[in-house]
Design a protein around this ligand. Structure first.
Ligand SMILES: [Zn+2]
Length: 371
């Protein structure tokens, strides 16, 4: 396979193309996954002992951090061991065998948001349009995306119907963020039912209302993920976006233990997603996965719960990718900087589409990730 690709590349270079042409790419489908407000600290370093100690002391000063269930489950002496305990599929399989991740600040490899707000809508807008829109989007109010998103762009460029591009999200505001023109794509978010003839899916649509979360606008990620998987199996979308939300909400509530559990659960979803893709004819070997977050959070035990313009650390994110056209670099150790605004063009580039041709102000594809 490698030799075959090298030949294609040589042929293309001989034909006068300076950059590897789209024809060399094997990606036919892309899946974008976001974990809302998942910090670089946990993604690269596993459980943060300072935060766990502070949270434990506040709850009950008599309890030693070493005696907490979270310590027992997630602690290990090195960052590498800790992150593998928390995110075993991401680190053990996905990045080790199929992909790369940018954003480990400890190595001088920085990924950050371009927008100044450092909260959700501005972050998702930057991911999904390729541009920070500081003046247009300055709240989390549920307003329709002011401009077309990369999801709509891909639908048009690939000539797909509305089922061929789908977004399933836990936070209901994402229903409005993912598309400029309502109904352009399949959008399912918040406590919205997913219309499907299967009785089990209809049951899930009802159950999500009966298994309330502490939050009015965010359903449990389990429903979001199940609906996305059903849509994948039923309609075979070429572009799928899964927006998981619990990591952010448990953090705001100060539940560090639940935040860690949500991260671990998200990792299990990634495993099931990847295994489903790899066992499905249309997806196997020609689907690329991009995983990132809308914003970071505070760096210290005093502000890890928060994010926003004035919170130091909330500007830092991470961007991972896996698939047939992604460099198998694991953790990117090179010093440098990438931006959230580059995700949209990266998704397009994987499909051989030049996003900047129509959106010249968007961030460029991330060279570190692309083969
Ligand atoms: Zn958020």
């Amino acid at each position: 396979m490698r030799a075959h690709r090298a030949l294609l590349l040589l042929a293309a270079l001989a034909a006068g193309c300076a950059a590897p042409p789209a024809a060399v790419r094997r990606t036919r489908n892309v899946v974008l996954v976001t974990l809302d407000g998942a910090r670089t600290q946990e993604v690269f370093g596993g459980v943060d002992l300072d935060v766990l100690r502070a949270v434990t002391a506040r709850e009950d000063p008599k309890v030693k951090v070493e005696d907490t269930p979270a310590h027992g489950r997630y602690w290990a002496p090195t960052a590498e061991e800790r992150r593998r305990k928390l995110l075993p599929f991401l680190w053990g399989t996905l990045l080790a065998e199929h992909g790369a991740i940018a954003g480990n600040r400890a190595l001088g490899n920085v990924a950050r948001v371009t927008n100044r707000h450092r909260f959700s809508y501005p972050g998702y807008a930057e991911i999904l349009t390729g541009e920070a829109q500081d003046e247009l989007i300055k709240s989390n109010d549920k307003v329709q995306s002011p401009s077309p998103t990369v999801l709509e762009h891909l639908r048009r460029k690939l000539g797909l119907d509305a089922k061929g591009v789908a977004a399933f999200c836990s936070w209901d505001v994402l229903d409005a963020i993912v598309e400029h023109e309502r109904g352009a794509i399949t959008a399912n978010a918040g406590f919205e039912p997913y219309e499907h003839p299967d009785p089990e899916v209809r049951l899930l649509s009802r159950l999500q209302l009966e298994t309330q979360t502490p939050w009015d606008a965010v359903r449990h990620d389990a429903y979001t993920f199940r609906f996305a998987l059903v849509h994948l199996k039923t309609h075979r979308p070429r572009v799928l976006y899964i927006g998981l939300g619990e990591t952010d909400d448990w953090s705001h509530d100060g539940r560090y233990d639940r935040y860690l559990q949500a991260l671990e659960r998200s990792d299990r979803f990634l495993k099931e997603l990847w295994e489903t893709l790899e066992s499905t004819e249309e997806y196997r070997g020609r689907t690329s996965l991009v995983i990132t977050t809308d914003h970071g959070r505070g760096d210290t035990p005093a502000d890890w719960k928060d994010h926003g313009e004035k919170v130091e650390g909330a500007q830092f994110i991470w961007i991972a990718a896996a698939g047939p056209d992604i460099e198998r670099r694991g953790e990117i150790k090179e010093q440098g900087l990438v931006h959230q605004s580059q995700v949209a063009a990266t998704l397009c580039a994987l499909l051989g589409i030049d996003y900047l041709a129509e959106r010249p102000a968007a961030g460029k594809p991330i060279a570190w990730l692309l083969e």
